[in-house]
Design a protein around this ligand. Structure first.
Ligand SMILES: Cc1cc2nc3c(=O)[nH]c(=O)nc-3n(C[C@H](O)[C@H](O)[C@H](O)COP(=O)(O)O)c2cc1C
Length: 267
């Protein structure tokens, strides 16, 4: 019985929702790996008979830098991979191409790719309520098509998948955003934010502060805060949010891509 390795990183939880939704639709025995809680710091070999589902949020048009680095620990043997980029209604830019390139270099064969929508984790008024019912239906249809492909791998031959993105992209060009969550007077000192931060940017001595050099603005601290103390604050953030929402509120739909069937396997 082959196993689905469901790997994702999710600061505010929407990438996790998408990874779980797509994973459930594949109807396979599943092992899940949450790279925010447990980054894969040693080699993980995924055999050819298994499947990798790799879901990442889009940060500045790429996947989070720490995840691109962690992906170097994955090792496939022409193992089929499904990639999902989850983004907040601006664009996913080169994220799918980057994911495809990273996994191909690690020995995977990317069978299918999807760009899915979710509430923007810094400016939640953009794409509020996403993924919605239509997004879930799109993910279910994506999983069904992936299952169909995976079930005929012994009979059919597939080529290389084509996904959007510009050749020669520079994944190092995204230097992060100038906004970082911090705590306000509602903080009760519970330290949930200290534990949740994947970059150790919140110090237990001063849990209302955030080390802006370390913080990647993933929002994990916001999602675990029981009192709502942690959030983005300040006039510059409010002003940027208003502009962002004005520019990026038009409804965008999920996009999916599949490797082309190029022939029938010889028997
Ligand atoms: C640092 C950072 C950069 C982001 N860059 C983009 C982007 O380039 N395009 C976009 O549409 N959304 C962008 N987003 C929004 C996230 O991709 C989106 O909210 C995603 O659903 C977050 O996943 P999560 O809920 O699992 O954390 C960014 C979010 C963060 C934190």
């Amino acid at each position: 019985m082959s196993v689905l390795h469901n790997i994702y990183f999710s600061g505010k939880g929407t990438t996790k929702i998408c990874a779980e939704c797509i994973g459930a639709g594949l109807h396979m025995e599943e092992k899940s790996y949450d790279w925010r809680k447990q980054p894969c710091e040693t080699k993980l070999e995924i055999p050819r008979e298994d499947v990798l589902l790799f879901s990442m949020p889009v940060y500045g048009g790429f996947i989070p830098r720490m995840c691109a680095q962690l992906a170097m620990n994955l090792k496939g043997s022409q193992t089929p991979a499904i990639i999902a980029a989850v983004y907040g209604n601006r664009h996913y830019d080169d994220a799918l191409l980057q994911m495809k390139d990273l996994l191909t270099a690690q020995g995977f064969w990317v069978a299918a790719a999807g760009a899915f929508l979710a509430e923007h984790s810094i400016f939640p008024a953009a794409a509020a309520g996403r993924p919605d019912k239509k997004d879930r239906e799109a993910m279910a249809a994506f999983s069904a098509e992936c299952s169909r492909m995976l079930n005929e791998l012994d009979k059919a031959q597939y080529g290389e998948i084509q996904v959007p993105g510009k050749a020669g992209y520079d994944a190092q060009s995204f230097k992060g955003v100038p906004f970082h969550p911090d705590g306000d007077k509602a903080c009760n000192g519970c330290m949930a934010c200290v534990d949740a931060c994947p970059k150790k940017a919140v110090d237990s001595e001063h849990p209302c502060e955030t080390d802006g050099e370390l913080c990647i603005s993933c929002g994990a601290c916001i999602s675990v805060c029981p009192t709502g103390a942690r959030n983005y604050h300040g006039d510059a953030y409010q002003a940027a949010g208003a502009q962002f929402v004005e520019r990026c509120s038009a409804y965008r739909s999920p996009e999916t891509y599949f490797a082309d069937r190029i022939g029938i396997s010889e028997v």
